[in-house]
Design a protein around this ligand. Structure first.
Ligand SMILES: [Mg+2]
Length: 357
């Protein structure tokens, strides 16, 4: 006969076993699982879906095909100067489909990680349009522009007369967020700051970050216009000629690898949202189709990123060749975005049918 103590011990044991069983069950229920997505699409915007302020032919139908086919998609552009929310509103209007800001990756979007490194530290921000709104939305808090910096250091650029004010701390980083529009002043001030010469003998070497390496971009004029990359190229040449050493620059924007790592995270979040998956679940992709019109940015970036990225080149923007681009050949060339999406949806269906049949 078991003693009361033995019975109690037995109860304790079975209770702790039960607790262990429950916790194991809970753990297995809460353990993140892996969701496998067969195909997803990442769109470049200009020259693929829109040109200027108009949707390109077939763009609206392409997005409808994707929604009907239940394929996840996001947007990845080297454009900037406005926030992701503003861009999402613009796309919603132009493309007749609801676009969330979380689906939009601008050239500056991954630079949130730069902002985190410089929390409460002074950063010089360069750009045009609504670049100060963009800087704040990225998380930069202590911001100064080259034009405002001139008020603290009025002798840096003698051609501009400004009201002076007491000197603040020197910027600890310089971030180009959109196309500069005051090149002479900006080139002079940036060369001075980045050389460390304003620190009067103290160690001071702020780093330069640039959101978009594009040398040219398409606008209303019949030939392309200088982009942010043209300014950075000029700045690098000026700096090296002046100081005899290269200017270190960390570039964001396509075709850089950091952009594609970030784009994968945005796409994973989109899949969790539309499939109602727990935030902890892993998402994998068999194929991520990157549809773009610029071989040097869209195709080169997707090709370098490797699988599951698959480059798709359309002929409605920068590229208009008959065959493929000779320097950066795409995996697939399509006439336009509608043809590209139709092929992707059909290919996904064939793979699904082939595997289940
Ligand atoms: Mg484009």
């Amino acid at each position: 006969m078991r003693s009361v103590q033995g019975v109690r011990r037995g109860l304790v044991c079975s209770a702790s076993l039960h607790r262990r069983h429950l916790s194991t069950t809970a753990a297995s229920r809460d353990a993140p699982s892996t969701h496998r997505e067969k195909a997803a699409v990442v769109f470049d915007i200009d020259g693929v879906l829109v040109r200027g302020k108009k949707a390109l032919q077939g763009a609206k139908e392409a997005l409808k095909l994707l929604r009907d086919g239940d394929l996840p998609f996001t947007f990845l552009t080297n454009g900037g100067g406005i926030t992701e929310s503003n861009k999402a509103e613009e796309l919603t209007t132009l493309l007749d489909t609801e676009v969330s800001p979380d689906q939009v990756q601008m050239s500056h979007t991954p630079m949130r990680e730069v902002a985190q490194r410089y929390t409460d530290r002074r950063v010089m921000v360069v750009g045009s349009k609504r670049f100060l709104d963009v800087a704040k939305s990225c998380g930069f808090s202590d911001i100064i522009t080259p034009q405002d910096f001139l008020q603290e250091w009025p002798n840096l650029y003698p051609y501009r007369k400004v009201e002076t004010r007491p000197k603040g701390p020197l910027p600890e980083a310089v971030v180009i967020l959109h196309d500069p529009q005051d090149w002479a002043l900006e080139a002079q001030v940036l060369c001075d700051i980045l050389s460390g010469s304003l620190a009067a003998g103290e160690e001071h070497s702020p780093h330069l970050y640039a959101s978009n390496p594009d040398f040219l971009y398409s606008a209303a004029h019949h030939t392309p216009r200088f982009g942010q990359g043209a300014f950075t190229t000029a700045l690098e040449h000026l700096f090296e000629k002046l100081h005899g050493r290269p200017l270190p620059v960390t570039y964001y924007g396509k075709p850089n690898a950091v952009v594609y790592r970030y784009a994968t995270r945005i796409l994973e979040a989109e899949v969790r949202r539309i499939r109602s998956l727990p935030a902890a679940d892993n998402v994998t992709f068999d194929r991520i189709y990157a549809i773009g019109d610029n071989p040097k940015a869209d195709v080169r970036g997707a090709n370098r990123a490797g699988l599951p990225w698959t480059s798709v080149l359309v002929r409605t923007g920068v590229f208009s060749g008959e065959d493929n681009d000779p320097d950066d050949p795409a995996h697939i060339v399509s006439h336009d975005v509608h043809a590209a999406v139709k092929m992707i949806v059909e290919r996904r269906e064939t793979e699904r049918t082939g595997q289940t049949g």
